[in-house]
Design a protein around this ligand. Structure first.
Ligand code: PLP
Length: 372
């Protein structure tokens, strides 16, 4: 199987698996227990927190472990609306469904106004519109992702951070597609949140974190034992937390070589696509912009691109197209729609990782020639 779906999830590193299996076998104490096994588990959690905080240059007290980026996003959004009393939300149209569907849910519970930020046909956010909405007044929650998971477009995080600061808005940045690939700096967020999911950076599934700047009195989604300083009740996923810390360590240790290796893979793939399929369209200018591991391509007629994801799957290549929900059903992409494309416009996302190689790209080009 050729795995070109690294934006969906990644193969856990062996170093991560080793750390996790050691903990699952030996360090199974409940960190809330007072005895030695419990204290050992507590130490593992706090060492993991310190290690991640060090790498991303934030205060460890600002990191809260949660089961997923989805949970962290929901905690941030609901917390801001319910506990800080903010009623105005400014959000990018191409945010992940974890954001957009959460806002739909919150809008049924609280009288919030939601202003959507347009993007152009290349996926660039309208920063002028963001400033106009902020200027209109009323304290706002601004939600703009670091990088888009479908087309790989990278937003101007520093600009959104400084605009949010200027207008005293709370800023939530979904950094899921950026952590582990870049040296991110969430502390540029003056007041607000960032979220991470470990399985996107060769860590385990079912663990992530919420970064929350100090002094934002938001409450938890889950009540109970009061873990994670009352922001996330429930016995901690110790192996997951330590696995995520190891994934961060490995990602930061190898970052420079990974960037070069994966960028070269992408460039080679883009070159081969241009050579063999001249009419191919790189959505979001993903051929030479955006995330260095991702391209999103439309193969227009007369290419036989219907069922391309399925046909590649039959030929042993894993890629994604549209946004698949948990049932595996693929819907027209809200990202492509926001770029002004019609319902029948679709494309395929190829996302590379450090375990891919040039031979796999050559092989996939041959298969694409046959299938298309
Ligand atoms: N945000 C982005 C940009 C994503 O790509 C994903 C994962 O698909 C999520 C949020 C949700 O992450 P999780 O699977 O940890 O809930």
């Amino acid at each position: 199987m050729i795995y070109f779906d690294n934006a969906a999830t990644t193969l856990p590193d062996n170093e991560v698996i080793e750390v996790m299996s050691g903990i699952l076998k030996l360090d199974y104490g409940n960190p809330s227990s007072a005895h030695a096994l419990g204290r050992k588990a507590r130490v593992i959690i706090e060492e993991s927190r310190n290690s991640i905080a060090d790498l991303i240059r934030v205060n460890p007290q600002e990191l809260f472990f949660m089961s997923s980026a989805t949970e962290a996003i929901t905690t941030a959004i609901l917390g801001t609306i319910r506990d800080l009393g903010i009623r105005k939300v400014i959000v990018g149209k191409t945010e992940h469904h974890a954001v957009l569907h959460c806002l739909e849910m919150v809008a049924e519970l609280f009288p919030i106004s939601i202003q959507f930020l347009d993007i152009d046909d290349s996926g660039n956010l309208n920063y002028g519109q963001l400033e106009t909405y902020l200027k209109e007044g009323g304290q706002a929650l601004v939600i703009v992702m670091y990088a888009n998971n479908e087309i790989g477009k990278i937003n101007d995080f520093e600009k959104v951070s400084s605009l949010s600061k200027m207008y005293d808005a709370v800023f939530l940045c979904d950094m899921v597609q950026g952590f582990g690939k870049y040296c991110l700096n969430p502390s540029l967020i003056h007041r607000g949140f960032a979220v991470c999911s470990a399985h996107k950076l060769h860590g385990p599934k079912g663990i992530g974190f919420l970064y929350k700047t100090s002094g934002l009195p938001v409450k938890s989604l889950l009540t109970g034992g009061g873990q994670e300083r009352n922001l996330r009740s429930g016995t901690e996923n110790i192996a997951g937390i330590a696995g995520m810390a190891k994934a961060f360590e490995v990602a930061h240790r190898d970052m420079i070589q990974n960037i070069k290796f994966i960028s070269d893979l992408k460039s080679y793939f883009v070159h081969q696509i241009r050579l063999n399929f001249q009419e191919a369209i790189f959505n979001g200018a993903s051929d030479n912009e955006g995330l260095y591991n991702l391209v999103h391509i439309t193969f227009p007629k007369p290419f036989k691109s219907e069922m391309l994801v399925e046909n590649l799957d039959i030929n042993g290549i894993a890629v994604s197209g549209g946004s698949a929900c948990a049932s595996g059903v693929v819907h027209a992409s809200h990202v492509l729609k926001a770029m002004g494309k019609g319902d029948d416009y679709n494309g395929v996302r190829f996302s590379f990782g450090k375990y891919n190689n040039i031979a796999e790209i050559d092989q996939s080009i041959e298969i694409l020639k046959r299938v298309l």
